[in-house]
Ligand binder design. Structure first.
Ligand SMILES: [Fe+2]
Ligand SMILES: [Fe+2]
Length: 135
């Protein structure tokens, strides 16, 4: 039996971004569960593509918001986003090369990246947007 999903992501008090974070976490958890039950590489690759598509939608969206409001930390924040896409590529490589244990390890690193990114970088951005009247 697979353990239940973790709690909802921390809110950064900006509705649209919070909603996207919930989708991102859901897609990561779907992949975690598929790996845990030993789904085959084709099925995992499909879930990875789906997660990658969503990350490539969410991260640039945040970057556009940061640019449009001249957020002072936007370059550093965008560099952090690149780490997410790199980690996801590593997960994909481990799956396609047939290293399931390493893929699980890479995915847990990606999950750790996301958890800390939300608490640190996105929370900071949320505070800034709130101060500009965006919620
Ligand atoms: Fe985000
Ligand atoms: Fe972010």
């Amino acid at each position: 039996m697979i353990s239940s999903t973790r709690s909802a992501p921390p809110s950064i008090n900006v509705r649209m971004i919070d909603d996207q974070h919930a989708v991102l976490i859901e897609k990561i958890e779907r992949l975690e569960q598929a790996m845990a039950v030993g789904d085959d590489a084709a099925a995992l690759s499909q879930l990875i593509r789906d997660l990658d598509d969503y990350a490539r939608y969410h991260l640039p969206m945040e970057e556009r918001i940061m640019k449009s409001c001249a957020y002072p930390l936007r370059d550093m924040h965008a560099l952090e986003h690149e780490k997410c896409l790199r980690r996801l590529l590593e997960v994909e490589r481990m799956v396609t090369e047939g290293h399931p244990a390493a893929a699980v390890e890479m995915l847990s690193r990606l999950r750790a990246w996301l958890d800390s990114h939300l608490l640190e970088w996105d929370a900071k951005l949320g505070k800034f947007l709130n101060s500009r009247g965006v919620a």
